[in-house]
Design a protein around this ligand. Structure first.
Ligand code: GRF
Length: 197
């Protein structure tokens, strides 16, 4: 079974969806650790509740990106990580880590990429832009992480309808519900392609 490490900065409801999918057998993997940059992240409580090891680390603690990368990589090695999942992780992943985990980092983004991706499009900013532009559809995307922000190959997408009465808040809720289904499903599918790395 492959070992998954989740990166999360906040509530960690997507992290929870991965925990749940492993518990109910829909996802066949081990969750070997949670990495967060935020010591107050609720994701930490979720990890503790399920006996998942945690590591709190922020690039701001380091003088160079390379020192930061090395520290993260040595933790990933200790945990024997096969696949990294960015689930609401707000810090940039250094190229050194992306290269070490080539094609083995996935990210979930709350829009139908390539729409509303890239710098500045995170969290509520995405949903506000969708409402402002009167789009009739939005959704979420799981993609492979490459050095280009939000630009790696798309491996899963789920669409929701945007109604006239939707606000950025109601849309965020609708999309998040879909994320919780899409993320574990896509991880499970992707793991089957990882056999021979
Ligand atoms: C999600 O909308 C995810 O797509 C985005 O950040 C949010 C994280 O929510 N990248 P949570 O921490 O998983 O509840």
């Amino acid at each position: 079974m492959k070992n998954i490490v989740v990166f999360a900065s906040g509530s960690g409801s997507n992290f929870q969806s991965i925990i749940n999918a492993v518990s109910n057998g829909k996802l066949t993997a081990n969750i070997v650790g949670l990495i967060t940059n935020n010591k107050s992240a609720f994701a930490l409580e979720r990890a503790q509740k399920h006996g998942i090891p945690t590591f709190i680390i922020s690039p701001d603690q380091f003088n160079s990106e390379s020192e930061y990368s090395k520290t993260v990589l040595s933790k990933l090695e200790e945990w024997n990580a096969d696949l990294l999942i960015l689930a609401g992780y707000l810090k940039k992943i250094p190229v050194e880590i992306i290269q070490s985990f080539d094609n083995r980092i996935l990210n979930i983004h709350p829009s139908l990429l390539p729409k509303y991706g890239g710098k500045g499009f995170y969290g509520s900013k995405v949903h506000e832009a969708v409402i402002r532009n009167k789009d009739s559809q939005s959704g979420c995307t799981v993609h492979v992480v490459t050095a280009e922000y939000d630009e790696g190959p798309v491996i899963g997408q789920s669409t929701v309808q945007v109604t006239d009465s939707d606000t950025a808040t109601s849309l965020a809720e609708k999309v998040l519900e879909r994320e919780h289904i899409l993320l574990p499903e896509t991880i499970q599918k992707y793991l089957t392609t990882l056999k021979n790395y």
